[in-house]
Design a protein around this ligand. Structure first.
Ligand code: ADP
Ligand code: MG
Length: 485
């Protein structure tokens, strides 16, 4: 199979999201589509997989022109895409999702489908119990389900849009193993869309870099980190246009903290985030930053050392004890940990409301007000999973207490478009001006450099600190997260 894209253009109003993009993809290749947020990656992939039409240009598969804007035609031609937010149906079981994801003509009996599902899961080491409700799956498992479903549809080109965001290191290994197998054994074309260098370096044979809607580079791997970073960001320096905030005393203190899990240990870590300070954690997925953030909110307990808030020891405290001190945690898996699928916006508000009884009228009014204030596209009666990712994240912001002392955020802009991400940061920086400390992780180095006062770089559980984030370049940071310290 050979896919040819020629001079693809796409505008959204005044945004020129794809500019004259041409490329050729061949069977058996794993191609990375790399670029920072907003570069135009998802747009291009949605065009290729038929989810949206291009303004101009052509796509041909083995020389046959493909009709734009029809996912079904793209699927029939063998192109399938895993969306940034999975398309599965939360109320189904794994098996039901698998069966109903097939066109009616191809739907098989439960027995045959179960056998196929099991065989595929076994082949790739996926964990997909047929009877488990889809709503109970992790992001990684939902991806696995989507992959198996697309394979059963006979796709020969598989597009994955930011698939490693929000999945565990272990699930990423399994995913990458499956993708390698599909390319080398089955001769599939695998397209990995990512803004994470380490992902394309780990997996891809070839990397195509987009910047500002243009294709700015096409490299056979291995290419150097430096070369890819320069292609992604150009040479321009990141601007630091944030209001200055006078830093206050620290509320939260981690002193000499040692953390251990089966896969990771962090030794003797000390951090005193000051009021008004933004501390960004940079590191490849699973380098220890997740563990440290969780320890800041009582979700992981140190083996030794102390965690304290305003002098009060908190070791062994639970999240609700931390919350009572104004320390708020937001998980990367929005719908998995922060929000509850199947519940309406009003129900979410009611759930976090204080007091022993629920005042539905007040909850509804508050939901209404928060929806307006945070520009959430939804109604108090919308169920949370009906909202787009950007609107879910806006609503999550609306659920934060008004005066947090420390905000601990895992990947606060995961999967968001540039405008939603900017909006989230406006909100966060407001909290900072009110004196909150902000700790966050991001796979996006640009985001870390842009918003942090101080940066903690993690690599395999080791940490190093960049005391003044304005003094670091993306390039340097890229080397540090690769362990060069
Ligand atoms: N449906 C849309 N409506 C308006 N603008 C959009 C839409 N989809 C994408 N964009 C804009 O197009 C640009 C490229 O977006 P996208 O392809 O999602 O980038 P990436 O996936 O590389 O982060 C961004 O400026 C984004 O805001
Ligand atoms: Mg995208």
């Amino acid at each position: 199979m050979d896919i040819q894209l020629t001079n693809i253009n796409k505008h959204f109003g005044s945004v020129h999201a794809n500019r004259d993009i041409s490329m050729t993809l061949k069977s058996g290749q794993i191609v990375g589509i790399l670029g920072e947020n907003g570069a135009g990656k998802s747009t291009l992939m949605k065009i290729l997989s038929g989810y949206q039409p291009a303004d101009s240009g052509h796509i041909a598969i083995d020389g046959t022109p493909l009709k734009f804007g029809s996912p079904l035609k793209a699927l029939e031609a063998g192109i399938g895409m895993l969306q940034q937010d999975p398309l599965d149906v939360a109320s189904f079981t794994v098996l039901e999702d698998f069966i109903y994801g097939q066109p009616p003509a191809r739907r098989t009996s439960g027995k045959a489908a179960t056998a196929l599902l099991r065989a595929q899961a076994e082949r790739f080491g996926f964990h997909l119990p047929p009877d488990a409700p889809v709503a109970s799956l992790s992001i990684g498992q939902r991806q696995q389900l989507e992959i198996v479903r697309l394979l059963a549809l006979g796709v020969k080109a598989l597009i994955l849009d930011e698939p490693t965001t929000g999945i565990s290191a272990e699930q990423k290994d399994i995913l990458f193993g499956a993708l390698r197998e599909l390319a080398t054994r089955d001769g599939m074309i695998v397209l990995l869309v990512s803004h994470k260098l380490e992902d394309v370096i780990a997996l891809c044979d070839e990397v195509i870099v987009l910047r500002g809607g243009r294709l700015v580079g096409d490299r056979q791997m291995p290419a150097t980190t430096h070369e890819l970073v320069t292609l992604m960001f150009g040479q321009q320096l990141t601007t630091h246009e944030r209001p200055k905030v006078a830093l206050g005393e620290p509320d939260l203190k981690l002193d000499n903290v040692t953390l251990r899990t089966r896969r990771m240990h962090v030794d003797h870590f000390t951090l005193h985030p000051r009021r008004g300070e933004v501390i960004g954690f940079a590191g490849l997925d699973g380098s220890g930053q997740e563990l440290i953030l969780r320890a800041c909110a009582g979700l992981e307990h140190p083996l030794s050392g102390t965690v304290s808030v305003r002098g009060k020891p908190m070791n062994g405290g639970r999240y609700r004890d931390f919350l009572a001190e104004g320390i708020v945690f937001c998980a990367a898996g929005r719908v998995e940990e922060g929000l509850i699928a199947g519940m309406t916006l009003t129900e979410h508000i009611a759930l976090i409301g204080q007091g022993a009884t629920i005042d539905w009228q007040a909850s509804q009014a508050r939901a209404d007000a928060q929806i307006k204030h945070y520009n959430v596209r939804g109604t108090p009666q919308s169920e949370i999973q009906q909202l787009s990712g950007g609107n879910q994240q806006r609503f999550l912001m609306a659920l934060l207490p008004d005066q947090p002392t420390v905000l601990v955020l895992e990947q606060p802009t995961r999967g968001l478009d540039v405008d939603s991400a900017r909006y989230i940061w406006e909100q966060l920086l407001l909290r900072r001006e009110q004196g909150a400390s902000i700790l966050f992780t991001s796979p996006d180095l640009d985001e870390v450099v842009q918003y942090s006062d101080r940066i903690v770089v993690c690599f395999a559980g080791r940490t190093t600190e960049i005391a003044d984030a304005s003094q670091v370049t993306i390039d340097e940071l890229g080397r540090l997260i690769g362990g060069a310290f």
